[in-house]
Design a protein around this ligand. Structure first.
Ligand code: GRF
Length: 214
């Protein structure tokens, strides 16, 4: 399995994916890192790991269709057959999402379907929820939606601000994203009726990691 990772920024999830692909029991390699921002820090992480990078700057394209076509060309040229969105801050077209259906993962820092989209930590705090978390899911045309592979529950503490909650959730992201990619690389994931089944998994559907402590 040859994976393209799409980033827009710091790339800590990218790093977690790089690290898991270095493990012997993960039959996957990262063949390309794509950033829509030339200054994304994650590009340096890729280079340090010897992974080719390409910048596809959305600002230089007239519309989403031509931007997505450039992304597709980059991924295909690199010989990648799978995509991981890792903090990639662009909405993809339906065509692109359809082409990569069941071959594209996303991570979102909430327990979807709660709080999809931007500012999810602020909205979780504002809503007064006591548990939030993160989700790895197959990408669908709808934003932050699709069959769930893994979720981690993370407590929202009374004094949390956005930054504190984001940092606590990020640690959980770094656990579940590599885990999900490894399961896929090992051929242990199937989608049945838009729900994830894990072969030899401990649960019938998806995985729940690190439930929040009471
Ligand atoms: C993560 O919280 C990811 O879930 C969100 O954006 C952040 C990216 O962080 N969509 P990083 O670039 O992986 O460090």
């Amino acid at each position: 399995m040859k994976v393209a990772v799409f980033i827009s920024g710091r790339g800590t999830n990218l790093q977690a994916l790089i690290d898991v692909c270095a493990q012997e029991d993960t039959p996957a390699e990262i063949g390309l890192v794509v950033s829509n921002r030339p200054a994304a820090q994650g590009l340096a992480r890729a280079s340090a790991a010897g992974i080719p990078t390409v910048v596809v700057d959305h600002k230089t394209y007239d519309d989403r269709e031509s931007f997505d076509a450039a992304l597709d060309t980059a991924v295909t040229r690199a010989g990648c057959d799978f995509i991981c969105l890792a903090g990639f801050m662009r909405i993809l077209t339906e065509d692109f999402t359809r082409k990569w259906r069941d071959r594209m993962l996303n991570i979102h820092p909430s327990l979807i379907p709660a709080f999809p989209g931007l500012n999810c930590h602020a909205r979780a705090i504002e809503a007064g929820v006591m548990i939030s978390g993160c989700t790895v899911h197959f990408a669908r045309p709808e934003l932050d939606a699709g069959p769930v592979i893994a979720q981690a529950a993370v407590p929202v503490l009374p004094d949390d601000d956005e930054e504190a909650l984001a940092a606590r959730i990020l640690e959980a992201e770094h656990r579940i994203y590599p885990m999900a990619l490894k399961l896929i690389a090992q051929g242990r994931i199937r989608i049945v009726n838009e729900r994830v089944r894990i072969q030899d998994g401990s649960m019938a559907d998806g995985m729940l990691v690190n439930p929040a402590k009471s």
